[in-house]
Design a protein around this ligand. Structure first.
Ligand code: AMP
Ligand code: MG
Length: 644
């Protein structure tokens, strides 16, 4: 189902009730409202797009690689205008909408709407709740539709176009032209939206007072079918972690070249128009559009001949305005000479004879083939929004503005150590019953790739005093601490006591494989504090838990967010999977003869088998509710490239 659905976040409104601020960009739980909606929508769909009409660079920063689509209709025409552009873009057969100001909607919204749509053969499935009138609690509850939470067939676009052509703009009106399935949800709070800044602040305060389940209802922890109802689903653990973590504030200003891969701390404002002047997009002839032969079908054979009076090169403008019937030979990137408003690409000239250029009617439109001053960026506009991790293109963009430095967040300091009496460091003799410590090497690699400053604290013995000393030391040196080993049930007793002694750390059993145990919380000494991620000891479990839990949290501390690069691939073989837990299997994805992505497993999937991790180029994600996968079915994969 997921592969058939594209998600669309509706953020194109005027935000009138918030005093015309851009709702989606309002800060909410250490991110923005739109980012929250995105993080809830993304796991339910194959890809997401954002519909926005203002502050496009900021929305682009939230969207990452996903597109940001402005309305095609003018004048903030409402949700249907957003829907129209979403359907025009939608590459899949279904589109799911969610508004940017409702961050609490159900995590299985897509699945529930899809089931009803299929069962009823509908064009569109819409969420509905039953509400009571607070003034008249005795009165019967009434039906409240939520048209902005709808799943629809992309094929309804022509009907929407026709509806909008009549000048109508109401969602309900449009829905009346379709076969609609209504899906009753019992948690009405899940669809509540935030209308005013006061409401937003109210939700913010509620969040900091008690880390609440978002209003998906009291049962935010779905029961697992893993035989262990106490096991925490992966999504829930990730949410609990990210909810507590805030970005590290400190920033520094770096020369541009040193800012690669760093997180931008302040918006880059363009000091100039880019391009700075109108220039030619083609090699050809600059002329006055009014001199062109009339673009008129009755005179389609008409031509006009121009006299070439000079040449404009990039960097060498030609400053004389042409008279009627004159043109200037012009190269790509050259300033448009005064008086000219059109460029004829040279290959479209009917004839060129010495300094005479003949042009036929209908080959070029007045105003064509110019790059206008400010067309790329306007002076004073935001070129790159804070929070973006600077990639090569960003360095180039900043340089194109003549800016030679950038304000970035300081590097995150992350300390790590391994625990276990059986561990030996490289160079030591491998005694009977011992293993070389490999986790510190994988952690070093993963943290370095993430752009952290790493602090390697070595191996710590299975001994309460040693563990306490190591945690205190780490809290003094780092923003976050990553440990491996010692958190599984057998081992955790004394770890738990020590961590309780110097911090506030929760020990979770997760509904996942590999990597069932996880400790997370804050280590607090008299002077210092740091976030602790206690990862399991098994080498594969360490990596998987790092990617799933530590990575998003560390990115958030770094002041940025990143979704994982996922892809859908066809399973080459049957994959066994028990519903009720998330499984991560090592896979090799490749392009098949049909041009599509295919994935096979690397063989033995034991959580200690690091060789299969080394051999793999992706992780196959088998979601919580998923069961056995047949050969030929599509599965989600996380690519290591981009992740590592
Ligand atoms: P634990 O969670 O401490 O019970 O460890 C689980 C398994 O992972 C045991 O087989 C350990 O020997 C192994 N292990 C723990 N830490 C490391 C490490 N740093 N390098 C390699 N293997 C480890
Ligand atoms: Mg151990």
């Amino acid at each position: 189902m997921k592969s058939k659905v594209t998600g669309l976040i509706l953020a194109g409104g005027r935000g009138t009730r918030m005093g015309r601020v851009d709702k989606g960009l309002q800060p909410f739980r250490e991110a923005t409202l739109a980012a929250h909606v995105l993080s809830r929508l993304a796991p339910q769909v194959s890809m997401v797009a954002i519909n926005a009409n203002r502050n496009l660079p900021q929305y682009q920063a939230i969207a990452g690689e996903s597109p940001v689509l402005p309305d095609y209709l003018d004048g903030f025409a409402g949700p249907l205008a957003g829907l129209q552009v979403g359907l025009q873009f939608c590459p899949t057969e279904l589109l799911l909408t969610a508004p940017c100001d409702s961050p609490f909607f159900p995590v299985d919204l897509a699945g529930q709407l899809y089931a009803a749509m299929e069962a009823q053969g509908a064009d569109l499935a819409m969420a509905v709740t039953m509400e009571r009138d607070l003034e008249q609690p005795e009165a019967a509850p009434f039906r409240q539709p939520h048209p902005v939470f709808s799943l629809m067939k992309t094929a309804v676009l022509p009907q929407l176009d026709a509806y909008l052509d009549t000048g109508a703009r109401r969602m309900e009106g449009f829905f009346n032209t379709l076969r609609v399935a209504e899906v009753l949800f019992d948690d009405s709070a899940a669809f509540s939206n935030i209308n005013t800044l006061e409401e937003l602040q109210h939700h913010e305060r509620a969040a900091s007072a008690a880390p609440p389940p978002p209003a998906t209802g009291p049962a935010t922890v779905p029961a697992t079918r893993d035989g262990d109802p106490a096991a925490l689903p992966v999504e829930e653990a990730r949410r609990r972690i990210c909810e507590r973590i805030a970005p590290v504030e400190a920033t520094e200003t770096l020369p541009l070249l040193a800012a690669l891969d760093r997180v931008l701390a302040a918006d880059i404002i363009s000091p100039i128009n880019v391009p700075a002047y109108d220039n030619s997009a083609m090699d050809g002839y600059a002329l006055r559009g009014a001199d062109l032969p009339a673009n008129d079908t009755t005179t389609a054979t008409a031509t006009a001949t121009f006299k070439v009076i000079g040449i404009a090169y990039a960097g060498h403008p030609f400053t004389q305005a042409p008279q009627a019937g004159e043109c200037i030979r012009i190269m790509t990137g050259a300033t448009i000479p005064p008086g000219c408003d059109t460029v004829l690409p040279q290959e479209l000239a009917t004839a060129i004879d010495g300094d005479q250029v003949t042009i036929a009617a209908n080959v070029v439109r007045a105003g064509a083939n110019l790059r206008r001053a400010g067309e790329d960026l306007q002076a004073g506009g935001i070129a790159i929004a804070a929070g973006k991790r600077l990639r090569p293109a960003d360095l180039g963009l900043i340089a194109s503005l003549g800016i030679c430095q950038a304000s970035v967040r300081r590097k995150l300091k992350v300390a790590f150590f391994s625990t276990g009496d059986e561990l030996r460091s490289l160079g030591d003799q491998l005694d009977e019953g011992c293993v070389y410590d490999s986790n510190r090497y994988t952690l070093f690699g993963m943290l370095t790739r993430l752009g952290c400053e790493v602090i390697d604290l070595g191996v710590v013995r299975d001994d309460p005093q040693a563990l306490e000393a190591a945690l205190r030391d780490a809290a003094g040196k780092a923003d976050a601490i990553i440990t491996s080993g010692g958190v599984s049930e057998g081992a955790a007793d004394y770890t738990r006591n020590i961590m309780a002694l110097i911090g506030d750390v929760a020990f979770w059993k997760l509904a996942m494989r590999p990597g069932r145990p996880l400790a997370f919380g804050k280590v607090q000494t008299e002077q210092d504090s740091a976030w602790l991620f206690g990862l399991p000891g098994n080498p594969v479990a360490v990596m998987v838990s790092f990617y799933m839990f530590a990575r998003p949290a560390l990115l958030r501390m770094m002041g940025t967010e990143s979704t994982l690069p996922t892809l859908q691939a066809r399973a080459s073989e049957t994959i066994r999977k028990r519903p009720g837990r998330t499984e991560y299997q090592r896979g090799i994805v490749s392009t098949g003869a049909d041009g599509a992505a295919h994935v096979r497993l690397t063989g033995a999937q034991g959580s200690g088998i690091l060789s299969s991790m080394s051999e793999a180029n992706c992780i196959v994600v088998l979601h919580h509710d998923q069961a056995n996968v047949d050969a030929g079915q599509m599965v989600d994969v996380l690519l290591f490239d981009g992740l590592l």
